[in-house]
Design a protein around this ligand. Structure first.
Ligand SMILES: *Cc1c(COP(=O)(O)O)cnc(C)c1O
Length: 383
């Protein structure tokens, strides 16, 4: 009964798992630090469960690798980091409701403001909690999302924050829309607008810090580094330009692994999976790998992606179902039930990058790891 299952968490065999090397996250942060100009600090962005890699262990690894603060998108994420014991500054970058802003302030997290009503609400919460709220003012220089696009309004918000004893004006920020599109002219235009704003505000409030760069901007232009760089994707060893991360010295931290749960011989014309979208063209072997779109291995990969079995690339055969995918192993595979399967990562001298999976799906690497669902356990390993 049963077969050897090589994918184990704490000696419990599991059908599929994401292995996350915290040493890679440390190394990526050290690399980012080395790219940063002079006194620029590194803020590791660990929102969305650390881009799907597991927020708390990744935050610890990032700080060990040289990050000095953390950023998230939601108040709940900041509260979770505080509950895990992190005492570094935590920047909540997202838009917050009144209740969420209060939770963020009570957690001692930094919030982002661009509206007077929000500033007044945060001041009241900070007064009630008897802790000064740390505020960053956001100028929308061309992302067209959060922040005010009016530098005069942004300046008024800065003065409002700086003039309220319950608040501390900590930072000025903006976010780039096209940092990953090298050679475009929108990025330099955003940078110029932000530079002018920073010069204007720091003339009056000299201790405030400025930050604009995401991962792509760090690699693209040292002029965008300012006092702090907010890096997410590169921390995880994924390439901000969708290229091979190794070319920039980044190490992918995540590997997605499963195993061959079943093996069967197919005659020509036999089909595998829903809708019979794949049929054997020759006598061949098909392996069943027990993960599917219910794990975040997307149905859009049907008949379009490879996995690694026995150190070789093998194509997906047929429609990805909720819990299983089929893989064609060829007429004479030599593989056995229980053999490991790598869907993202390396096996032998072959590797499948997240960037490759993203390209097959017509999306970006960010969405591939964020899309891995909680049904996939994350196993964090040092080294
Ligand atoms: C997510 C996010 C980042 C990190 O971007 P990466 O491209 O992952 O480095 C930086 N700043 C803001 C405002 C963000 O929302």
């Amino acid at each position: 009964m049963g077969h050897p299952c090589p994918v184990q968490i704490a000696d419990v065999p599991v059908r599929a798992l994401a292995r996350v090397r915290t040493g890679a996250i440390e190394a990526n942060c050290a690399l980012l630090r080395s790219k940063l100009s002079g006194d620029t600090a590194l803020c590791a962005v660990v929102k969305a469960d650390g881009y799907g890699h597991g927020m708390v262990p990744c935050a610890g690894a990032a700080l060990a690798g040289g990050a000095s603060c953390l950023a998230v998108a939601t108040a709940a994420e900041a509260v979770e980091l505080r509950a895990a014991g992190f005492e570094v500054p935590i920047l909540v970058q997202g838009a917050l409701t009144r209740i969420e802003a209060r939770a963020a302030v009570e957690a001692g997290a930094d919030v982002v403001a661009w509206r007077e009503g929000f500033v007044r609400a945060v001041a009241a919460d900070a007064g009630a909690a008897a802790v000064p709220a740390r505020v960053h003012v956001k100028l929308d220089t061309g992302m067209g999302r959060l922040g005010t696009a009016d530098p005069v309004e942004a300046r008024a918000i800065c003065d409002l924050v700086a003039g309220d004893a319950r608040l501390e004006l900590v930072g000025l920020m903006t976010h780039f829309a096209t940092a990953d599109e090298r050679g475009d002219d929108h990025f330099p235009a955003q940078l110029e607008r932000f530079r002018a704003f920073v010069d204007e505000i720091t003339a009056v409030h000299p201790r405030v810090i400025a930050h604009a760069a995401n991962s792509a901007a760090v690699f693209r232009d040292p002029a965008a580094h300012f006092d702090l760089a907010r890096c997410g994707i590169a921390v995880y060893g994924l390439d901000p330009f969708g290229e091979d991360p190794a070319a920039r010295g980044l190490e992918p931290a995540l590997a997605l692994e499963s195993h061959l749960a079943a093996l069967k011989r197919f005659e020509p014309g036999w089909s595998a999976g829903y809708g019979r979208t794949w049929r054997a063209e020759r006598p061949t072997w098909v392996g069943i790998v027990p993960l599917g779109y219910g794990d975040g291995w997307r149905r859009g990969l049907s008949n379009r992606a490879d996995v690694l079995v026995g150190g070789r690339r093998r194509p997906l055969a047929g429609t990805v179902s909720m819990d299983n995918v089929a893989v064609e192993l060829g007429p004479d595979p030599g593989d056995r039930v229980g053999d490991p399967v790598v869907l993202i990562g390396a096996q032998g001298d072959q590797r499948i990058l997240c960037e490759e999976v993203a390209q097959r799906l017509g999306t970006i690497n960010y969405e591939v790891t964020c899309g891995l669902l909680p049904r996939i356990p994350r196993l964090h390993e040092a080294g």
